[in-house]
Ligand binder design. Structure first.
Ligand SMILES: Nc1ncnc2c1ncn2[C@@H]1O[C@H](COP(=O)(O)OP(=O)(O)OP(=O)(O)O)[C@@H](O)[C@H]1O
Ligand SMILES: [Mg+2]
Length: 279
């Protein structure tokens, strides 16, 4: 029996950087505007990171991606280290997704485990068992940040790499959740531990304070081998999931946490102010 670690040793570095499974195919998220931003969807077999600070919608986006996958005939597995399954079923139901039903139909599975069990089991791992049963095309790991609690910092990249490679060699598209610290001030870093280069695509979610109200922004930061929308788009979490709206075109500095109106907008404001005074 092989374990994730034995099958995905670091010997396949070249394969990691060159080997794309199912080249050209797109994996639709089912969120129309996001698919447009991604020019059709994620690249098939890619490892995607969804990064963002606490409570900004990472789990919602990840579950929506899996539920929509089932609609497209692509079974999915949701691996979680953080929440109790009952809570996930409940929260998903409140968003209109009946995960238990999908599980009964064998199109979906929640795998609630600890990272060390996922990575280091003897014989057939829990993950392998689920991969065999469900034959997933998509997998979500929520979250890689929890992996960081179980392994030494120096080993985190290796372990994350091992997991990513395990899924890649099976041709499964993976979506890995990463909790970024609050991104404020002038700097913006996705992971302080250097995981960004391991993934093919990064979608960042970020709360932004604009004129005393808290709004949410989504941006595709990178996508290997494909063009994509570079704009920051506003989004909402609604009772049916993530809804992407227009771009923050009138602001700059949104991503670094200090949004200000671009010069043309300031001019419009000044002009409007002057016009008001003349009334
Ligand atoms: N049914 C719902 N209707 C509307 N908004 C909801 C609903 N469920 C959750 N939300 C919103 O989504 C937010 C949490 O989203 P989610 O759990 O996806 O975030 P997260 O980034 O995964 O959070 P964490 O860092 O805690 O894991 C809530 O704070 C709430 O604002
Ligand atoms: Mg979450």
């Amino acid at each position: 029996m092989t374990t994730p670690s034995s099958r995905t040793g670091l010997s396949g570095v070249d394969q990691f950087f060159t080997g794309k499974v199912g080249e050209g195919g797109r994996v639709r998220t089912g969120i129309t505007e996001l698919d447009e931003m991604l020019h059709g969807g994620f690249m098939e077999g890619d490892a995607v990171m969804v990064a963002g600070s606490a409570g900004c919608g990472k789990t919602t986006l990840a579950l929506q991606y899996l539920v929509n996958g089932v609609k497209f005939g692509e079974p999915g597995i949701y691996v979680t280290f953080e929440e109790m399954p009952d809570q996930i079923y409940r929260d998903a139901k409140n968003l209109g997704w009946d995960l238990r039903k999908l599980e009964e139909e064998n199109k979906f599975r929640i795998l609630c485990t600890s990272p060390n069990l996922l990575l280091e089991s003897e014989g057939e791992s829990l993950l392998d068992e689920s991969l065999r049963d469900i034959q997933p095309r998509r997998i979500v790991v929520d979250s890689l940040s929890h992996l960081a609690m179980f392994v030494k910092e120096s080993e985190l990249r290796r372990e994350a790499y091992r997991l990513i490679m395990h899924l890649k060699t099976k041709g499964i598209s993976s979506l890995l959740v990463w909790e970024s610290p609050q991104m404020a001030g002038g700097s913006f870093s996705i992971t302080e531990v250097g995981l960004s280069f391991l993934v093919d695509c990064i979608v960042a979610l970020k709360p932004v304070e604009i004129e005393s109200s808290l709004r949410k922004a989504l941006v595709v930061l990178k996508m290997r081998g494909s063009d994509h929308d570079k704009r920051l788009r506003e989004f909402q979490i609604t009772s049916t999931g993530i809804k992407i709206e227009s771009a923050f075109t009138n602001y700059e500095g949104v991503i670094t946490g200090s949004p200000r109106k671009v010069a043309s907008e300031k001019f419009v404001d000044l002009f409007r102010g002057a016009a008001e005074k003349r009334k």
